[in-house]
Ligand binder design. Structure first.
Ligand code: FAD
Length: 279
């Protein structure tokens, strides 16, 4: 059977006991796949200020995983972000995902940083090469970008500020990823660009996320998912086939590894990986 590609898994930090138990169950199921690293998201404006470090510590200490905190700078001050960096360094973290983030609606405090580039510069100035820094990439263009070329230019500037690799927003059209990678390589950017993979378990949730983050669900996939209605089992089968085919093509055509947005659920990710392994 073909070996699986190198993997990483993204989790969100649990806030309640129920969510903590859910994450524990998920990690127990995904850990045997030996992810290269796992990451934990962070609410912009400090809304998950202590939840992210707590979850990262648990994944590192209790599960022995290379856990990377996401660090979003929107809404944060230099002092706040500086002390988080120091705490992560003291905890033994060696990897960070550096982001601008989005301010929660109603939150007015813009913070000291405007763009992720400034955060990457700050991380390098404060901590040198202590951390492997990942940044976000948008093969289908960030929704607030002036245009695709400006977005590409800003991405390249962000990498030149000191990023070691990038993880993409999820997408279902592999050509968008290949075109993006070709475009950044033409600009002389050589860092790995890891495709972000969103397994599908719920159409209305996926539609909502995709509208917010500017990810396109191809019409044929959207229409099929919609048509399953309440037939969740058939939807899951179809979705796992579609996402596994996407992953297979990405790997066959040179993607360095796969980063799964797990939403703290094991089953949708495992269904994709089982198909990938069997292919
Ligand atoms: P940036 O790279 O700063 O880009 C944001 C926008 O500004 C883009 O449109 C870019 O073109 C534009 N821009 C950049 N520089 C300039 C400039 N100098 N002048 C004008 N325009 C400029 N959000 C969270 O809140 N928490 C998370 O944990 C989280 N994790 C994520 C993980 C991944 C892998 C990805 C892909 C996204 C994640 N997000 C997260 C979402 C992300 O924070 C949002 O997409 C946010 O809107 C942009 O963040 P960024 O780091 O890509 O920003």
């Amino acid at each position: 059977m073909p070996a699986l590609p190198s993997l990483s898994f993204e989790f969100f930090p649990p806030k309640t006991d129920e969510q903590r138990q859910q994450l524990e169950r998920t990690v127990e199921k995904l850990k045997p796949l030996a992810p290269r690293f796992v990451s934990v998201t962070f609410g912009a404006g400090g809304s998950t200020l202590s939840y992210t470090p707590d979850a990262v510590r648990g994944l590192r200490k209790q599960h022995g995983l290379d856990a990377a905190p996401h660090l979003s700078c929107m809404g944060g001050t230099r002092e706040e972000i500086g002390s988080l960096l120091q705490a992560y360094a003291e905890d033994g973290c060696t990897r960070l995902v550096a982001l601008r983030g989005d301010l929660p609606s109603g939150m007015a405090r813009p913070g000291d940083f405007r763009y992720a580039t400034e955060l990457v510069e700050f991380i390098r100035a404060e901590t040198g090469q202590r951390f492997h820094v990942e940044v976000a990439a948008y093969p289908e263009v960030h929704p607030q970008a002036d245009d695709a070329f400006a977005d590409l230019k800003h991405f390249c500037t962000k990498v030149r500020a000191g990023a070691d690799s990038a993880i993409t927003q999820y997408f279902y059209n592999p050509d968008a990823y290949f075109a993006f990678v070709r475009a950044v390589r033409r600009e002389g950017i050589e860092v790995p660009v890891i495709p972000g993979i969103m397994p599908i378990s719920n159409y209305s949730q996926l539609k909502r996320f995709s509208e917010m983050c500017g990810a396109e669900i191809p019409r044929w996939i959207a229409r099929r998912l919609q048509a399953y209605g309440d037939d969740a089992a058939s939807l899951r089968e179809f979705a796992a086939d579609v996402v596994a085919a996407l992953c297979r093509r990405l790997i066959d055509e040179g993607a360095p590894e796969l980063h799964f947005y797990t939403l703290n659920l094991a089953r949708p990710t495992l269904a994709v990986l089982e198909r990938l392994r069997a292919a």
